[in-house]
Structures are given as C-alpha cells and as structure tokens.
Design a binder for this molecule. Structure first.
Ligand code: FPP
Length: 257
C-alpha cells in the first residue's frame, strides 16, 4: 500500500466501475491525434489497476469499448483494437504475478479474431487468481446485453425449462454478462459528462454515481482517492429508511456475537 492509501483511510467499494471518458478531447486540446489520448489512457488504466489492488478492492470494471464505438472512423477503431491487443499481450505476466483475474463482458464475438484469442487465453490462464477481478467491457452496450438476456430466457421458456410467469430477478441476473459479479458499489465517470451512456443499466440500479471534470488521461491516484472519499461520505439506503437499516445493522452485530 502506498503512502496516500495509508494517510487517507476510506471506505473502499467492493466493486468500482469506471467510464473512462475524455481521451479524444485531451488529445485535441493539445493538437495531437486522438489515438495519443487513448495511448495515455492505457497508462492511466495501469496505474488505477495498481492502486485498486493496493487498496484491496475486489472488483474493477472498465468501459473500454462500447457497442456504439464501432461507428467511429475506421482508423480510430483499428488503433483502439491495436492498443487493446498490445495491452493484453503486455499484461499477462503482470496479471499473473499480482494474482489478478481478467474477465470480459460484451459481444466478444465481434472483436477481431486475434484479440479474441489473446483475450480467451488470458481469461483462462488467470481464472483461478484470487486478488482483484478486472472486468473489461468490450463491444459492450447494456441495451444489447438486455436484449440477449431476453433471447436466452425466451429460448429456455420455449424449450419448456422455465415458465414465463416464474421468471424473476435472479433469472435475469444469471443471464447477464456480469453473472457471478456483484453489482458496482460506485461508478466513476470522467470528463464532465453526466450520463450512464448505455453502461451496466441493470447493475447500476443502486450504485453511487461520481462525476468529475478531469479527462481520463489526466485522472490519477489522487483523483481516485477523492472519489473514494466522497463515496465514504454517502449513505446507501437501497430504498429502505435509515431506521430500518440501523435495525438490520444491529441485528447483524448481534448475530456476529
Ligand atoms: C473515451 O474517450 C474512451 C474510449 C472510447 C475508450 C477507452 C479506452 C481506453 C482508455 C484505452 C483502451 C483501454 C484498455 C483497457 C486497453 P473518447 O474518445 O470518447 O473521448 P472524447 O469524449 O473526449 O472524444
């Protein structure tokens, strides 16, 4: 753990999700090609992963490429895929050393075959690691994910495995790409935009949201700590009253004794 983490005790979310926005604007402000911003963005990913690990976080989910990003100019899409491929190739040994498990959500089939092969290999090789679970959302869009959930559940209903009237939230959760992962406790979005932009629409239902004007290439460990300090001050009630939550907390303490 570095000095910052030691000096600034805070409540660390079990699951942090990040919309890493602003790479293009960061580069444009400097009259540089957009890809330079994305490249800088990858360096930031590495330092934020390191810090989340040092803080003892269990899950970090990063929105690395959306379903809509396929519509960007061909050169930018190719450059992003190139960056992703190089990132994955470079990271395998360091993920293994730090016992980080890599996971991917989204329409992985749409990724170039070369990337898919590297990704499958790393996901498989890191599958028993038990430190941080790093989930990359790649070719991911929440509406598309929900459409795929509906298809899976209706196929099971047609096959007679489930009755439509019995379908409940647990069936939906099990059919999501994030099945097996807890919902994010905190979502950070950089670059001043205050939108969810088709990210984890179901899973973010009760997450705390944190927006910052900082562009992703400028985002650093101090900014991360600012977000976590703000999160530590939030009171999460999950639709219940504060009194009900206190009662539940007291009961848990009682059972713990
Ligand atoms: C948003 O910036 C960011 C993206 C579309 C991609 C995020 C990707 C990275 C940080 C690099 C690749 C990640 C990994 C894990 C290898 P933007 O281009 O939308 O910025 P703008 O809104 O300023 O145009």
């Amino acid at each position: 753990m570095n000095n910052l983490s030691e000096q600034n005790p805070m409540r660390v979310p079990g699951h942090l999700a990040i919309i890493m926005d602003g790479n293009g604007r960061w580069a444009e402000q400097r009259h540089l090609p957009r890809i330079v911003g994305h490249r800088k963005g990858v360096d930031v990913v590495q330092s934020i992963v390191d810090e989340c690990l040092a803080l003892g976080m269990n899950h970090l989910t990063l929105y690395a490429f959306s379903s809509e990003n396929w519509g960007r100019p061909r050169e930018e899409v190719e450059a992003l895929m190139g960056l992703l491929g190089r990132f994955l190739q470079k990271e395998l040994s360091s993920l293994q050393e730090r016992k980080i498990r890599l996971n991917a959500i989204g329409e992985i089939d749409r990724l170039p075959i070369k990337i898919r092969k590297i990704l499958d290999d790393i996901v498989q090789k890191t599958s028993t690691n038990n430190n941080l679970v790093l989930t990359l959302a790649l070719s991911y869009g929440a509406r598309n994910e929900l459409v795929r959930v509906v298809r899976k559940l209706s196929a099971r209903a047609v096959a007679g495995e489930i009755s439509p009237g019995d379908i409940g939230e647990t069936d939906v959760v099990a059919a999501l790409d994030t099945s097996g992962l807890p919902d994010p406790d905190l979502l950070i979005r950089t670059s001043g935009e205050m939108r969810i932009s088709n990210f984890l629409l179901w899973q973010l239902a009760y997450s705390e949201l944190y927006f910052t004007d900082v562009l992703w290439p400028d985002f650093n460990v101090v900014h991360l700590h600012d977000a976590l300090s703000e999160y530590s001050r939030r009171h999460r009630r999950f639709g219940l009253t504060a009194a009900q939550l206190k009662k539940m907390d007291d009961k848990t303490k009682e059972w713990g004794n």
